[in-house]
Write a protein that binds this ligand. Structure first.
Ligand code: ATP
Length: 500
């Protein structure tokens, strides 16, 4: 039936019900036959109304229910891969585990931020062990009706075993994404009866996995919030291992970039090591998207290879979003140029060669921005580093004030960032307040934040006052080109210094 006929039929049905109600007909008598008709319809269509299909790897490029992804296609997760491979030995050991009386490992939990490769790891595990692979998301089990989630859990384990038998495999891997939705601590949810029943069923299924079964089932769970999981799920015999899958470090980012650069023609000016250094905080998914965007940039410009500039634009797009269509007035553009150059000047002062690019092209909510070379893989910050970061934040508005006489709303985001940095200093005992407790009264906290920021504003004001001519000299170039690379900015700076 075409969609419009369906829509007409639904509309006519609804209208008939409304008319019947207005005329005073008792419709309750129709409830049973209509429900039976709907159920029969679903069954005839081959769908079980109480169960939802689970995705098997057949849909994701593999054969015989086994995914095609291998561990070699996963970069930057060496530790996670090693721990995972170790845990998989029993699935590969071909009866040895049973002989040694080893209790099968029932579950592995992959915990870490989004896009770091948890799904890839689970698929690669299935490939490595020759297991069939079924995947379901926690939200698929959550229903309004008590018992439906639990029955779906039962169905999933049953389907995993029967698929493995059908494909002649000895093992099945069930990948449960967003496991925190299904496995949150019991009693937490409002409709907790349904949630609790579903989780209880999952625990029962874990307990039902025995080494003597012809098909070994391994559950791989994935979550960004392992702290929310019910302790019963985390005890040995359920999720026996917890593997951290963190954001990649520089070496890891390089590896992931190399993997996703396969088959992409990179220009001779592209240095993936440099790209890895500039993408601190990117996940594997970000890096994949970055190279894809770079290739799209090349295509748009009709160029046969991907250049360093295509990659640089793509980094900005992944970090800040698509370019916006807003067109600021010439006065606003000039203000934005002074603002960004203020940031850039202080950034170079506190960390030479730290500016990667300065632009006054708008993206998302920003009318301009500077991109700094990240402090690579740094996990601790000293007091001086935090103070310098606050100086870079406030420099944009100070530059506006010094040159145009007033600040603008363009500094709102910078203040927010400076406030966060000041808070970090205060709660780490790096402010004049010394060691403070988390219950610091609000008024004292506010005053301490304002004092810290104001003090750095004074330092920045003194420095920038002496460099107003430099900013005014570079601004026309930025206004004309819209974007300056870090090297262009530094060369303008040194020309200015030589001239003066
Ligand atoms: P989520 O928690 O959001 O479900 P995830 O951790 O499961 O994310 P994946 O689905 O495995 O992340 O990754 C998404 C995509 O990002 C992959 O298909 C791949 O292209 C890329 N990717 C992520 N991590 C890596 C990695 N470590 N190596 C190579 N590619 C990766």
């Amino acid at each position: 039936m075409s969609n419009w006929i369906k829509e007409m039929a639904v509309g006519a049905g609804a209208a008939a019900i409304v008319v019947a109600l207005i005329l005073g007909f008792d419709l309750s008598l129709l409830f049973l036959p209509v429900s039976l008709a709907v159920l029969a319809g679903l069954v005839l269509k081959g769908r079980n109304p109480w169960q939802e299909g689970f995705k098997t790897s057949g849909a994701s490029g593999g054969e015989n229910g086994v995914p095609a992804v291998t561990f070699d296609e996963i970069g930057g997760q060496e530790m996670a891969k090693r721990e995972f491979l170790e845990a998989l030995t029993f699935l590969k050991s071909d009866g040895m585990a049973l002989q040694l009386g080893i209790r099968p490992l029932k579950g592995i939990l992959l915990a870490g931020p989004p896009g770091t490769g948890k799904t890839l790891l689970a698929k690669a595990a299935a490939h490595y062990t020759g297991s069939v692979f079924l995947t379901a998301a926690g939200s698929q089990f959550v229903q309004m009706y008590a018992g439906v989630g639990a029955s779906r859990v039962r169905q999933l384990f049953k389907e995993a075993r029967s698929l493995a038998e059908k494909e002649g495999k000895r093992s099945a891997i069930i990948f449960l994404d967003e496991i925190d939705v299904l496995g949150a601590k019991r009693g937490r949810h409002e409709s907790h009866l349904e949630y609790d029943q579903t989780l209880n069923e999952l625990l029962a299924q874990f307990d039902g996995v025995k080494s003597e079964h012809s098909v070994q089932v391994l559950v791989v769970g994935a979550t960004n919030r392992s702290d929310l999981l019910d302790p019963a799920l985390m005890r040995p015999g359920r999720f026996d291992r917890i593997v951290r899958v963190d954001l990649p470090d520089r070496k890891g980012r390089l590896h992931i970039l190399q993997i996703h650069a396969r088959g992409k023609p990179l220009g001779s000016d592209v240095d993936l090591e440099k790209v890895a250094a500039e993408t601190h905080g990117f996940s594997g998914a970000h890096l994949e998207s970055l190279l894809n965007e770079a290739a799209i940039n090349a295509l748009r410009q009709g160029e046969p290879t991907i250049s360093a500039q295509h990659i640089s634009d793509a980094i900005e797009k992944v970090m800040l979003g698509e370019r916006s269509n807003r067109v600021p007035s010439p006065k606003e553009r000039e203000r934005v140029a002074y603002h960004e150059l203020g940031h850039a000047l202080i950034s170079e002062k506190v960390r030479p060669k730290s500016v990667v690019s300065i632009t006054i092209a708008s993206r998302n909510n920003a009318l301009g921005y500077i991109r700094q070379r990240p402090q690579d893989d740094q996990y601790l910050y000293t007091k001086d580093e935090l103070v310098e970061a606050i100086q870079v934040c406030v420099a944009g508005s100070i530059s506006e004030e010094l040159i145009l006489g007033q600040r603008s709303t363009g500094g709102a985001g910078d203040i927010e960032q400076a406030t966060d940095l000041a808070k970090k200093m205060i709660y780490s005992g790096l402010s004049p307040l010394g060691i403070v407790s988390a219950e610091l009264p609000k008024n004292i906290l506010h005053k301490a934040i304002a004092d810290l920021i104001r003090k750095q504003e004074e330092v920045v004001k003194t420095y920038l006052s002496a460099h107003i001519p430099t900013i005014k000299k570079i601004a026309p170039l930025l206004l004309e080109q819209e974007t300056l690379s870090g090297d262009e900015f530094r060369s303008s700076l040194s020309q200015k210094e030589e001239a003066s």
